[in-house]
Design a protein around this ligand. Structure first.
Ligand SMILES: [Zn+2]
Length: 316
């Protein structure tokens, strides 16, 4: 595929971030991990992302038959929507999915229905296209702490609730790194200021649980990683500061939710207040005071986060 090089970012330890071309550049990544000629993808983007993933394999001279694993951190469609289409192109791969997510990859009807409820039919089709089911026999359903082998390395899959109950993270102890899916939040490279990373939580419907999410962040940090690879977007390294910001901001979102819980126009107030809160964090971070850019980069997340927070409020 022409131009694939511009969509790849190489890191240490055989890791490459591939732009999933979801919504805008550098919003969602799939991570390709190569070890001793064997390969794994961590998250897949959507069905529309699959050509980029296969082009990345070709660029790295890896045969699709040498991909052993597709690791779907959780079944939200920007992470696993493309898993079925990708698996069709990888004859020897198995797909690892959390016990609570497995049925959604094998029988995606309910997942599709839930996403149409969030996005509407038309936007769903343009964002995700066709969701291809995965044969049950090709699924690996890890218990908490299960390990798997990729070439010469061992990867540990740990259950990390808080963003979603069907979420696991991938720990590589030897290389002191973790693939966090959405558990460690979102850090778009667009928000970097002089190389300093900016982070915020993602509270997408329907499983947001603030205390569970803070506990999961602590659990990731208990491995003392040197780098974390986020699906949104790629590598972050200033981990102590970012972990603290994540937990503070998760609790700040929960506080906003409580403040407006009984308001008659709760949805509107919540959206307005969340954008203002995040904009304040960007001020502290030193990001340019450009509201057009801020809205362009944040509005979709504010909407999804507020939907998730309202579901949490209604469940409490
Ligand atoms: Zn998610």
């Amino acid at each position: 595929m022409p131009g694939i090089a511009s969509k790849l970012t190489d890191f240490a330890a055989g890791i490459t971030a591939i732009d999933a071309d979801y919504i805008r550049p550098r919003l969602a990544a799939s991570h390709l991990v190569i070890d001793a000629g064997r390969a794994a993808f961590v998250d897949t983007g959507t069905t529309h992302s699959v050509p980029n993933l296969l082009a990345a394999l070709a660029a790295k001279n890896i045969d699709p038959a040498d991909v052993d694993w597709v690791l779907a951190t959780h079944v939200h469609l920007d992470h696993a929507g493309g898993a079925g289409a990708l698996m069709q192109a990888l004859p020897n791969a198995r797909c690892a999915v959390h016990p609570r997510g497995a049925r959604h990859l094998a029988w995606p009807a309910k997942l599709i229905e839930g996403s149409i409820a969030v996005y509407g039919e038309e936007r769903f089709r343009s964002l995700y296209g066709t969701i291809v089911p995965i044969e049950e026999s090709r699924l690996f359903v890890p218990e908490d702490g299960a390990t798997l082998r990729l070439g010469g390395r061992e990867l540990e899959l740990i259950h990390t609730p808080g963003h979603a109950l069907h979420h696991y993270c991938v720990v590589d102890r030897e290389h002191e790194l973790i693939f966090s899916g959405d558990t460690f939040g979102i850090s778009y490279r667009d928000f970097d200021v002089d190389g300093r990373e900016f982070i915020f939580p993602t509270t997408t419907p329907v499983h947001f649980d603030p205390e569970a999410l803070c506990d999961s962040v602590d659990r990731l940090m208990s491995y003392a990683p040197q780098a974390i690879y986020l699906t949104h977007y790629a590598e972050v390294r200033d981990l102590e500061r970012l972990a603290n910001d994540m937990k503070t901001r998760v609790r700040a979102f929960a506080g906003l939710a409580r403040r407006y819980a009984a308001a008659p126009d709760r949805g509107i107030k919540l959206r307005y207040a969340m954008f203002a809160m995040m904009s304040g964090w960007l001020d502290e971070h030193g990001f340019p005071r450009d509201d057009t850019a801020r809205h362009r980069l944040l509005d979709d997340d504010v909407e999804l986060n507020c939907q998730g927070i309202e579901v949490w409020l209604d469940r409490k």
